[in-house]
Design a protein around this ligand. Structure first.
Ligand code: PLP
Length: 424
């Protein structure tokens, strides 16, 4: 038995399923999860002291690679000054200004501790500001585990949501309408039917949570037009895509301005930190100015702020996005060439610094097409990659991520590992 397996056995005695977030348990790919004790640059080091090239990057945040020296120093200095004040500090204003310099549609923002808190607060705000009930979301988009967004079942233009988890009341879920990603006609039909009751449309502008799925031409523009026409708010959940598909997020990549944006992951550079923000006229509905209540004991805490500031400054100054995006493109093009040359029924979808390999015939445009890809084949592939020291997302319906520290050495090792693993 490996040390990791032993750690997992012990963890399962006290932690539910041995983990603190379900996907870490490797259920989708089988086998036991690896336990890690250290991370540096593009590498994770396991309890067995084996190094892996990391394409999970803590599910996205570590775009500068792990334990970046400047970020670590900034955090150490912040820690020495006190872990949390529960009162304002200038660091919050500094990080907010920095965020705004990347995402100018954010006129005002509020920091929170997780992506879930950001989306939960954004939809409460949308309902409070519009005095309407309905939220439109898309099948396969994940917006955190807040009750009214943990609804993805059902397809077809007029399907009302059913909870995706036990413990979520039908009464809550019924105010969430689930439509198909990339189905412009479906969204149009729904808005003609009930558009005047919609508080907000929330969308991953590039989806990463059914694997990487890009918006088709006109999809985001249609959402923008319908929201404007029916006076509903358009919320871009850029918790994953923020700083990852473009320094200004998907809204900069596609030139579509949402009313509200949710950010997380890269924003805190590995510390618990997220934010929601947008038009000042909407944001001013939040307490203490407006009547929509939202608060947090640790929100905007100085350690997370310091990590965020150091991360975003270095991200900008070292062109981290461009480096990571080039590395992503190199890997994806090489793998796609290999797949075509060997007539392997799989293909790779990517955007910026995110990618997913699907074992499917054609491109994936929404969840029903993603579901057709071969999960068993993926599990076999995943374990072959692991044996070669490549740590990928342990599910086919997740995005993989690159950092600016994935250099030619790691890239060529990864491409070789892909080619070998795809031959099984
Ligand atoms: N929104 C998106 C698009 C996400 O990918 C995630 C998490 O993966 C969340 C929201 C929730 O963020 P958190 O896990 O920080 O609560």
């Amino acid at each position: 038995m490996t040390h990791s397996s032993d750690c997992f056995l012990q963890a399962q005695e006290i932690l539910v399923g041995g983990v603190n977030s379900p996907v870490r348990a490797f259920k989708a790919v089988g086998g036991n999860p690896i336990f890690f004790k250290q991370a540096k640059g593009p590498y994770l080091r396991s309890e067995e002291s084996q190094d892996y090239i990391d394409y999970v990057l803590s599910w996205g945040p570590m775009i500068l690679g792990h334990a970046d020296e400047d970020v670590v120093v900034a955090v150490q200095q912040a820690v020495a000054n006190g872990l949390s004040f529960g009162a304002p500090s200038v660091l919050e204003t500094q990080l907010a200004r920095l965020v705004q310099s990347f995402v100018p549609s954010i006129q005002k923002l509020r920091f929170v501790n997780s992506g879930t808190e950001a989306t939960m607060s954004a939809i409460r705000l949308a309902r409070g500001a519009t005095k309407r009930k309905l939220i439109v979301k898309f099948n396969g988009c994940y917006h955190g585990h807040v009750d009214s967004l943990l609804v993805a079942a059902g397809s077809g233009a007029l399907t009302f949501g059913k909870p995706d988890s036990e413990g979520i009341l039908d009464d809550v879920a019924k105010h969430t309408v689930v439509l198909e990603y990339n189905d412009r006609a479906g969204v149009g039909d729904f808005f003609r039917f009930k558009g005047d009751q919609v508080a907000a449309v929330i969308v991953e502008p590039v989806c990463g949570n059914m694997g990487v799925v890009l918006p088709q031409d006109g999809f985001l523009a249609t959402l923008r037009q319908l929201c404007t026409r029916y006076q509903a708010l358009l919320i871009f959940d850029e918790v994953m895509t923020g700083f990852r598909v473009h320094p200004g997020g998907a809204q900069a990549l596609y030139g579509i301005e949402p009313d509200l944006t949710c950010l997380g992951k890269v924003l805190g550079g590995g510390m618990p930190c997220a934010a929601y923000g947008g038009k000042a006229s909407v944001m001013d509905h939040i307490a203490p100015i407006g009547g929509v209540y939202q608060a947090g004991t640790l929100s905007g805490n100085p350690v997370a702020m310091a990590a965020g500031i150091a991360t975003l400054n270095k991200y900008r100054d070292t062109h981290a996005f461009e480096k990571a995006a080039r590395a992503t493109q190199t890997i994806c093009e090489a793998v796609q060439d290999h797949l075509s040359h060997h007539h392997i029924e799989a293909h790779i979808q990517y955007c910026g610094t995110m990618f997913t390999l699907f074992f499917s015939k054609g491109p994936i445009v929404h969840l029903p097409s993603a579901k057709k890809s071969d999960e068993k084949r993926f599990s076999v592939f995943f374990h072959h990659m692991l044996e070669q020291g490549i740590y990928m997302a342990p599910s086919q319906f997740e995005s993989n991520f690159l950092s600016s520290m994935h250099t030619e050495k790691e890239i060529s090792r990864t491409i070789k590992a892909f080619e070998k693993s795809l031959s099984f």
